[in-house]
Design a protein around this ligand. Sequence first.
Ligand SMILES: [Zn+2]
Length: 176
Amino acid sequence: MASPVGHVALGLAAAAVVARATGTPDSTALWLGAAVASGIPDLDVAFPLVGLSKRYHRNATHSLLFAAAVIMAGLAVLRALEPDLARGVVLGWIAALLSHLLLDVVTTGPTLGRLGWGIPLLWPVSRKRFYVSRPFLVGDRTESHSLADRLREAREDAVRIVPVAALVVLVAKLVP
Ligand SMILES: [Zn+2]
């Protein structure tokens, strides 16, 4: 389970790779949009604020169907409001959104998996929750119950995920 720090870092890295591949120049829209897109699936953490169980976190919003719905809705809005936006910018945002699901899978290890916090990528077709037996970049995290737990995870992501993401951005931008 990655923190917002890890998600934004990987989202920017994904956008950088897409921008490189599509020859899209830097822009505020590219980076800001990628940062926002990388956090969209975790908007479900707000559900408890309206009285829903915290177990709504990591359900439908962490499925490929939800990602597809966000992409389709986003494309429709852009077509109406910003039809001239560069294709590479939009693809960068999509990559950042999808990077959220990838990062959540590879940073969810056996302990969180056993507790039912894997990612239901195939919801609603399948209830299977995806996680890995050996988390990538982070340790085998367990449930975070307090602000202190979340800050510790954010610090760990800043040290372990951000440098890797920064390296990807650098390579994408500097390698000829
Ligand atoms: Zn998430």
